[in-house]
Design a protein around this ligand. Sequence first.
Ligand SMILES: [Zn+2]
Length: 128
Amino acid sequence: MGAPAAKKNDQIMGTCVGHLMPGPTGQITAPPQPFMAPVDKQVARSVEIEGSPAVLAGESWGVCNPPHIGLSDAWTAQLKQRGDITTGSQSVLVENKPLAHGNSQCTMCFGPATRLAATGFSVLVSER
Ligand SMILES: [Zn+2]
């Protein structure tokens, strides 16, 4: 069994620990922030998975939604709360980019995200 292929609006998920927010006497560490970013930017134009555009490692991205609020650090703007996909299939290329799948590694605001919740279960990507 392989990992499901990723399609538009599948989510990069994780928890950001270490954001900063205003405190009574300066910046303090914010509580852990859930990170959920539907991948909807720069998805494939020519290939669909189950009727939605395929997601491409190193190309497609999304922003945290709902956004973190109340921050006072470099990630205050929602567009900075970005998730990217850093790895994909070594053998399946879409538009010359690796097809992203459920085992792809991702990043969030800072550091690695926990997972890409890929839902294209009719297309399973195996790596050998
Ligand atoms: Zn964050």
